[in-house]
Design a protein around this ligand. Sequence first.
Ligand code: PLP
Length: 119
Amino acid sequence: MSPAALKLWLNENAELRDAPVGKAVAHNRKSGKRIAAVVPMHTFGHPCDIAGIVEIAGKWNIPVVEDAAEAIGSYAGKTHCGIIGDVGVLSFNGNKTITCGGGGAILTNDAELGKRASI
Ligand SMILES: *Cc1c(COP(=O)(O)O)cnc(C)c1O
């Protein structure tokens, strides 16, 4: 995913609709469905332009779920991949850099979200 492609797609296909409470919510113009998240991934440990993606998603109030399954130990700038979006995910499957045979981890700096994810 590139920030330029994301920006173009959102400009052509999304609209912000007022919500009863809180920020306006991005919806797909054609389907009418809420755009729940942007899910960029870092391929084979090479970081995508996550800062650019976070910036664009932020303008649309869309949370970023960063797929860092292949990027444990990788950095985007000075920051570990997986902790730049609202949520990051790691995989410990057998074919990953660090394995537990299976499983994974959710990373977030949002205490409330972390609490909900740990239940
Ligand atoms: C492996 C992988 C997943 C899935 O991880 P599982 O632990 O097998 O569910 C998701 N995204 C990427 C980019 C992967 O490489």
